[in-house]
Ligand binder design. Structure first.
Ligand SMILES: [Zn+2]
Length: 148
């Protein structure tokens, strides 16, 4: 089976290529292994040449450019996610109480009038947003310790 990967970013916390075992790299490319639904279900840390091979990319330079762009996106998404949890008074992880959920939905609904047309859709949208932003934070955790 061929694994599907998504660029998450670059890290200098892991400097050994997990594909070939080459140590003391300047940094590694963080690739998310995707399940059939496109969710990240694991990560690998590859040197850029091994990452290029795994992704079927033209060159390691190409991979690095894409990894850097992905890195900025991952960091930006996590910033947005933290704003979301602060703004709507929701916990970044763990259980969300019904009360918290409803309170957040009441604030989210006016901001999303195009989808929050009734109570159920407001709750659903809120839960979708929570899942989306929690995924963004989880992605960012995989490349943490990083400011590139
Ligand atoms: Zn390697």
């Amino acid at each position: 089976m061929i694994a599907t990967y998504r660029h998450l970013g670059i890290t200098d916390e892991c400097v050994t290529c997990e594909a070939c075992g080459k140590p003391n790299l300047r940094s590694t490319v963080v690739l998310g292994i995707l399940d059939t639904d496109g969710n990240v279900e694991g990560t690998v840390y590859y040197g850029s040449s091994c990452a290029a091979r795994a992704l079927g990319a033209r060159s390691s330079r190409d991979v690095l450019a894409r990894a850097r762009a992905a890195h900025r996106k991952t960091v930006a998404a996590a910033d947005l996610a933290r704003d979301f949890f602060t703004r709507y008074d929701l916990p970044e992880d763990g259980t969300i109480t019904t009360k918290e959920l409803i309170k957040a939905a009441c604030k989210i609904a006016p901001d999303n009038r195009h989808v929050c047309v009734d109570y159920d859709s407001s709750i659903e949208t809120t839960m979708d947003l929570i899942a989306l932003h929690r995924r963004a934070l989880a992605d960012a955790n995989l490349i943490s310790g990083e400011s590139r």
